[in-house]
Design a protein around this ligand. Structure first.
Ligand code: FAD
Ligand code: SF4
Ligand code: SF4
Length: 424
């Protein structure tokens, strides 16, 4: 596409880029490269490492060994990479030290499971207090053992139960990353907040200097790859508008479309068999093999046959049950056929009252109930618990009046190519 890609060329001055190179717009996607430090007593010991820098050093082959006993502080993505890399460098006893209970962890459950499978111990409720250095040797780390009172999924109070010393040879700090912009001059009209992070509009991703945009970890702090990609898309829309001399805040809105999947009396243009198969685990390289080489990819992925079986478990979440209350004659046929009893026709009332009248008890309140407009015959309402529905389409197949339909939904997230060009 004619992009001029300049590798191995760190940008040392944004001012120079803006004035000398004459770009109309600049997108800053430089990530959050600075690992957070933990300034506690004993910190300056050389066996205390910053996670992201340590991983980089391992990746480039500068660090090839580590002590037998390693403590990882923090329990996010970086911590998971640090604990498993430590094992591959020869550590025998690796503990990931978490301040809070497991439900507050940032790392995904499957990453934790993979680490635990490799014998990494995840220790909860330990708040770092100090590094223990004796005669110049790092011998361990002191922690406060925390007790939390949790209400409604939130910590409402905490207390220190005791203090403990956990021995170790190395400590790796994986408590987060910060943005760092030593190459952005502070007199360019780009405002920085009190944490020295540029002020970025969360919709347009434009900084306070028109024409300079941020995205990914550099924009609103470290998140993950999906966020970085989406923010890149949003910034691209803004850059396109900016280069056309238009207002970056006038952007196309997201849209939604729905279309019936009905093909005939009992025919649907999607596969609606409910498959109760349990999820299959992605095969992994055996525990014996995976430590032989640092960069062995542990997850092997599915073969074609397994992938095909997994696909059949799809619940067709893009196919929605759509109800037209005026068409319903309250014959109860859909209620009778529904395999999960997630449909009920009940007198209307408050959410609690409706909930108490459902045919299948509601399992979670995280997802709202669908409650229709009053039905013509009796004024009662059709209620559906979406959390239980398996999108089998039997209700729509059985309904004599087409009051239920199965419709495919599309969510249209605009990208730069969708920006209307009529005004140009
Ligand atoms: C150890 C670790 C594990 C992670 N694991 C996951 C995971 O499993 N899943 C997930 O979704 N996310 C994960 N993340 C987060 C994810 O990596 C980031 O959110 C994502 O990479 C951010 O993308 P980005 O493009 O904003 O920045 P980056 O991917 O960080 O890219 C920034 C680029 O800019 C370059 N750069 C920096 N400064 C300059 C400069 N002055 N001049 C020129 N180039 C420069 C850097 O060299 C780099 O190539 C992890 C992060 C870490 C640190
Ligand atoms: S799609 Fe199937 S599970 Fe969902 S409401 Fe209709 S019959 Fe019940
Ligand atoms: S089958 Fe159709 S008409 Fe009968 S109760 Fe259900 S939605 Fe109403």
């Amino acid at each position: 596409m004619g992009v001029d890609l300049r590798l191995g060329t760190p940008v040392k001055s944004l001012a120079a880029m803006l004035s000398e190179d004459g770009f109309d717009a600049v997108f800053v996607g430089t990530g959050a490269p600075k690992g957070k430090d933990l300034r506690l007593p004993g910190r300056d010991h050389p066996r205390i490492h910053i996670g992201i820098a340590w991983l980089e050093s391992v990746a480039f082959g500068h660090t090839e060994t580590i002590g037998e006993n390693v403590l990882i502080i923090g329990v996010g993505n970086t911590a998971m990479d640090c604990c498993r890399s430590s094992l591959r460098l020869g550590a025998r006893n690796v503990k990931v030290m978490a301040r809070k209970p497991r439900q507050f962890f940032k790392a995904s459950e499957w990453e934790l499971e993979d680490a635990e499978e490799e014998n990494v111990e995840i220790v909860i409720n330990h708040a770092p207090k100090a590094f223990e250095v004796v005669d110049g040797k790092l011998v361990g780390m002191r922690f406060e053992v925390m007790e939390y009172q949790i209400e409604g999924g939130r910590i409402v109070s905490e207390r220190v139960a005791e203090e403990v010393l956990i021995p170790c040879d190395d400590v790796i700090l994986a408590i987060g990353q910060d943005n760092a912009f030593p190459w952005i001059e502070r007199d360019l009209g780009i405002e920085f907040d009190k944490w020295d992070v540029p002020k970025v509009d969360p919709a347009t991703f434009q900084s306070t200097r028109p024409g300079v945009f941020f995205g990914g970890d550099a924009a609103l702090g470290p998140k993950n790859i999906i966020w970085a990609v989406e923010q890149g898309h949003q910034a691209a829309i803004s850059i396109d508008l900016h280069c056309q001399g238009e207002d970056v805040s006038q952007r196309p809105s997201p849209g939604m479309r729905m279309q019936s999947r009905k093909m005939g009396l009992k025919e649907w243009s999607y596969r609606n068999d409910y498959n109760p198969l349990e999820r299959r685990l992605v095969p992994h390289v055996s525990l014996k093999e995976r430590f032989k080489q640092l960069n062995i990819e542990v997850e092997l992925g599915f073969d074609a046959e397994r992938a095909a079986a997994e696909v059949q478990r799809c619940l067709n979440c893009d196919i929605q049950t759509v109800f037209a209350a005026p068409l319903c004659i309250e014959c109860d046929a859909c209620l009778d056929i529904c395999p999960t009893d997630c449909l009920s026709i009940v007198p209307t009332g408050t959410e609690e009252e409706i909930e108490s009248r459902l045919r299948a008890p509601r399992r979670t309140r995280e997802q709202g109930l669908y409650v229709s407009a009053p039905l013509k015959q009796t004024g009662r309402v059709m209620v559906k618990d979406e959390d239980v529905c398996v999108h089998c389409g039997l209700c729509a197949e059985r309904c004599p009046t087409n009051a239920w339909d199965m419709q495919k939904s599309w969510i249209d997230t605009p990208h730069a190519e969708d920006v209307p060009r009529c005004s140009r």
